[in-house]
Design a binder for this molecule. Structure first.
Ligand code: SF4
Length: 538
């Protein structure tokens, strides 16, 4: 596809059209529906999107089908109901238009949607540095915010015709948004040598002089300056370990399942591994108009509830955490995820039933395979053969009695500071010398011990075993089932306070609702929410 067409599909408006095409083609494409609901002309607030998703999950409906029951919900405010009705009317119009268009398409709608999605993501997934293509400079931030200001103007204009008591507040927010756009443009052109802090003080003073008291209050409580300064600090930092590295996913894994385990930098105070410079500013900018998502955070007591996977997800990309764990937007399981689940189920059931023979294991496998809804494609057949061979090796290893399995699928739950940690260890072995080894099964490509040096999951499990079961684990290992390979996580030199610091940082950031995207090709490549993510637009 020519570069100019690829660029076109990276633009926000083109991605809006793409989202509509995708949701008309596949109503269960939740990310596309969420984008269409959140973007003009609907602009349903995130807190209301979270309510709709809640209704959808409860009623086991896709999000479009759940909009009807969601309107009836007493928790849905009148303004949100109007926006949903607007979406429904537009959806019906678009559906009819799409049906008329369908026979004239030279390929299937699914193929068209897939081709356009690929075009909109080609450069970033192709490995082009996001820091080069995403908003990295103030100039690009200005452009992103200009679009927000124009969108805000249309929204406020629409509200002028409504009988509302808070119109002046809307207008003041719009004016402050415009002033902030002026601020960004002025910062971009500040004299050489002037620091961001100095420039902000000067520009703020001049802009405040033009404000009404209400606008002044909104302007002064804005978090934009804070976000800009944080961005600058981030920019000045020496480059870190780089983007977090995710397990290979479908299509790139060469036969491995994606456990989506993330390897991240350790020890620093930096929560997010890599931040597009404008993203925090834009995130802060957008957040001001959004009501708090407090009610949807996984709160318990004074903290939040976290698993190792929650922590990994947040550290890889806070926005991805928010979309998946706070708004709980459903995402379709990939073939490799389903495969990983099936293999885990076989091992779990085999041990729970205290089976002993390879025949019993294979019987369980065939039953899990059937229930997993696998088809007859070449890829699925290949995975089937791989799994059977791997289970034979697993069984042989068990019979060799290298260690005595003590527990399988043992859960833990404990408090670390104000936060609640929970998880489940696949297997705990008692070794010949009486020490314990925690083992987590993986169906992904094996990692080396060096690659696992910054591992969150087993480090957390070790604390969980100590706190919940009073078991001191001497060894921590990943067992790569498909390769019959056990890789120990180096624990000797582990800083015992490191995991506590990570939990504290992530927990605090979630409670403060810091959900800025931190795009990078390796993390975004495995993210189901790309179509809903503003970090992918120019
Ligand atoms: S696409 Fe990338 S930046 Fe956006 S939410 Fe997903 S991981 Fe984060």
């Amino acid at each position: 596809m020519p570069a100019s067409r690829i660029e076109l599909f990276e633009r926000a408006a083109a991605r809006d059209v793409l989202a509509w095409l995708r949701l008309l083609t596949d109503p269960s494409d939740s990310s596309a529906v969420v984008r269409a609901l959140g973007r003009p002309p609907i602009e349903l607030r995130q807190v209301d999107i979270a309510r709709v998703v809640q209704v959808a999950r409860k009623a086991k409906l896709d999000i479009v089908a759940a909009l009807g029951p969601a309107i009836e919900s007493p928790q849905m405010p009148p303004e949100a109901r109007e926006r949903i009705e607007r979406f429904q009317a537009l959806h019906e119009e678009a559906r009819i238009a799409f049906e008329v268009l369908r026979p004239r398409l030279s390929c299937s709608p699914q193929e068209l949607a897939a081709e356009l999605t690929a075009a909109s993501e080609a450069r970033l997934l192709g490995g082009e540095e996001i820091s080069q293509t995403r908003a990295q400079t103030l100039q690009e931030t200005v452009e992103l915010m200009r679009e927000e200001v124009l969108g805000g103007a249309l929204r406020i204009a629409g509200r002028l015709g409504e009988l509302r008591l808070d119109t002046d507040l809307d207008i003041s927010h719009g004016v402050v948004r415009y002033l902030e756009l002026v601020k960004l443009a002025a910062l971009k052109d500040r004299p050489p040598g002037q620091s961001l802090g100095e420039a902000l003080a000067d520009i703020n003073q001049r802009l405040l002089a033009a404000c009404t008291p209400l606008q002044r209050e909104i302007f002064q409580t804005s978090t934009l300056d804070e976000a800009l300064l944080a961005s600058e600090r981030q920019e000045l930092k020496p480059s870190s370990a780089g983007a977090s590295e995710l397990e290979p996913g479908e299509g790139r894994s060469g036969g491995y399942a994606s456990d989506e385990h993330v390897q991240l930098e350790r020890g620093g105070t930096q929560v997010a591994p890599k931040v597009a410079v404008a993203a925090p500013a834009l995130g802060a900018f957008a957040r001001r108009e959004e009501p708090s998502l407090q009610a949807f955070l996984p709160r318990r007591g004074d903290g939040v509830v976290l698993s190792a996977s929650d922590i990994d997800t947040y550290r890889a990309c806070p926005l991805r955490y928010k979309l998946g764990r706070v708004l709980k937007i459903p995402s379709a399981q990939t073939l490799h995820q389903r495969f990983g689940i099936a293999v885990h189920q076989v091992l779990e059931r085999y041990h729970a039933a205290e089976h002993t023979t390879i025949e019993q294991m294979m019987e369980l496998f065939e039953s899990c395979w059937r229930r997993g809804g696998f088809g007859d494609s070449n890829r699925e057949r290949e995975l089937h053969v791989k799994a059977r061979a791997a289970l034979v090796l697993y069984h042989r290893r068990l019979e060799a009695h290298e260690a005595e399995p003590a527990w399988f699928e043992r859960s833990f739950s404990f408090k670390l500071g104000p936060h609640h940690l929970r998880g489940r260890v696949d297997r705990v072995d008692k070794l010949a010398d009486g020490a314990y080894e925690l083992i987590d099964y993986k169906t992904s490509r094996p990692k080396t011990a060096e690659q696992l040096a910054d591992d969150v999951q087993l480090s957390l499990y070790a604390v969980g075993a100590r706190e919940s079961w009073e078991v001191e684990a001497e060894r921590l290992s990943y067992y790569y089932v498909l390769d019959d390979l056990k890789v120990p996580v180096p624990s000797a030199e582990m800083d015992p306070d490191w995991i506590a610091r990570v939990v504290a940082e992530v927990g605090e950031a979630i409670m403060a609702q810091r959900f800025e995207p931190t795009p990078s090709p390796s993390v975004c490549g495995l993210c189901d929410y790309r179509i809903a993510c503003p970090a992918w637009e120019r």
